[in-house]
Design a protein around this ligand. Structure first.
Ligand SMILES: [Zn+2]
Length: 316
């Protein structure tokens, strides 16, 4: 096996694991891509694809709308931001905001100073928002799409006002089992996810930028108590419908509920039987101060809650 260079920890070594994984978008489901895992930081990397832009031409995620389910998931994020000190007068930037659904939600909740940036969306392309500084910079499921995660994180940190907080949500390579790739297909999302960071990889990048974690969540935010919005339900529905990402954005197949009665149980109680997967993570970090330095070791040691609860570590 040849040596590869890790874009996360910069180590060059023979990968610890290599596997071909299929694309989870229906149009390209017959195409496979090579994923490899860095022996140093455990991050996953997808083979380079020359015509990546063509894969985004009919991207199913663009079909998402701000419905009751999406609102219930965004409420999870809002609760986490509030726990990290978010106030209504704070300036918030959603970096990589796509169609601006999270911004719409925040406006509904009375957060009037939220703006978005997304170089691939006409309405959010204005570079002026990058000339401001923000109390919270939020980036949801974006860094894994970037060709250079180190430079990406650097850009986010440069947008923080003094004492501002960074919130990054992304798949966690340490929780993805390549051997069971069909189970983890949507977190892998090849070839769209170019670099899937591990927890230790993301923490290393954050520390290099002079930040320290104030909260870490390993339960995916897309898992809510609202009937129909539990991860257990929609993942099972997608699996039974062929396990393509597209099915998550189409009308649910009600016939599946009759053929698989367990789905009716998950419809109402899925949230209370949380998924054991730890393939997503959300980190909230702030610039390191003299008082925070001493607490870093404790935070790192206690970072992984084992009961799958929506828990985190917070420091004042
Ligand atoms: Zn690495």
């Amino acid at each position: 096996m040849n040596q590869r260079h890790c874009a996360t920890c910069l180590r060059t070594a023979v990968p610890v694991e290599v596997k071909k994984v299929r694309c989870n978008v229906r149009q390209f489901r017959d195409r496979t891509f090579e994923l490899w895992r860095c022996v140093g930081c455990q991050s996953l990397h997808c083979e380079k694809v020359d015509d990546l832009a063509s894969y985004y031409a009919n991207y199913p995620i663009r079909e998402q709308t701000l419905d009751a389910f999406v609102r219930s998931w965004y409420r999870v994020i809002l609760r986490r931001l509030l726990a990290a000190g978010l106030r209504k007068d704070h300036r918030v930037l959603d970096y990589g905001c796509n169609q601006g659904l999270f911004l719409q939600f925040m406006a509904e909740q009375g957060y009037a100073r939220c703006v978005g940036y997304d170089p691939y969306v006409e309405a959010y392309r204005a570079a002026q928002v990058l000339e401001q500084r923000y109390d919270f910079v939020v980036s949801l499921d974006v860094i894994e799409h970037d060709a250079d995660p180190r430079a990406f994180l650097q850009k986010l940190v440069a947008l923080l006002a003094p004492g501002g907080a960074l919130c990054v949500e992304t798949p966690n390579a340490e929780g993805i089992l390549l051997k069971e790739s069909e189970e983890y297909l949507h977190a892998i999302h090849a070839p769209y996810h170019e670099h899937i960071l591990s927890q230790r990889g993301l923490e290393q990048l954050i520390a290099e930028q002079g930040l320290v974690n104030v909260a870490f969540y390993d339960r995916w935010y897309m898992d809510s108590w609202l009937p129909g919005a539990a991860r257990k339900l929609f993942e099972r529905l997608m699996l039974l419908a062929g396990n393509d990402l597209d099915s998550g954005y189409e009308k649910p197949r009600f016939d599946l509920f009759w053929r698989h009665p367990s789905l009716i149980f998950y419809l109402f109680f899925g949230y209370f039987l949380p998924s054991q997967k730890r393939d997503h993570m959300m980190v909230i970090a702030r610039p390191r101060t003299a008082s925070s330095t001493a607490a870093v070791a404790t935070t790192t040691r206690r970072m992984r809650p084992s009961n799958g609860s929506d828990s985190a570590l917070h420091r004042a």
